[in-house]
Design a protein around this ligand. Sequence first.
Ligand code: C2R
Length: 192
Amino acid sequence: MLARLHGRRVKYNNHTTHTDMISIIMGSDSDLPVMREAADVLKELGVAFELGIVSAHRTPERMFGFAKTAHERGVRAIIAGAGGAAHLPGMVASLSPLPVIGVPIRSSNSLDGWDSILSILQMPNGVPVATVALNAAKNAGILAAQIMGSHDESLRRRILEYKAQMAEEVARKYRKLEEVGYEHYPAKPKPS
Ligand code: C2R
């Protein structure tokens, strides 16, 4: 249903042949600067994905069709990002048997992102959405890969390598801090 499959290429003609993949959807193209981080990390981990725009509010029929059929096309988890009154992740979760990871997005005229956080986080019992931090599309990508990796040994190995690389980067930093002392450690801007 979404435009392109990235990663392991397969010929898939009308649902007959498919590969396991993650689906990344977002309410608007204005979410893409955030949501592309999910795509980038899936690419890095070698996980196939599709990416597209689906809006519960603006394209309800497309949303319905997407959510009802994603599992039949090889999608194994859905990452849904939206800002403002962010009903997309919850509505998709209400229709799909797949795990849905919600990414709250801080859009330009939103209440510091709280509108989106609460719309995605406060789901009623029976319809879970796994919600990551504000704008944390990268974590959504990693979580989706971990869901796929729970039954794919080679992907699990790649995730472990990813974690080892991350630990090595931090080790480089703490060794440097110990070596040069805090007064001479290159300054980073204060978190806002
Ligand atoms: P525009 O920039 O297109 O005006 O969109 C989008 O995710 C975006 O962050 C502004 C914001 O509206 C959000 N949007 C939703 C939904 N559809 C679009 N929250 C939905 O169905 O939940």
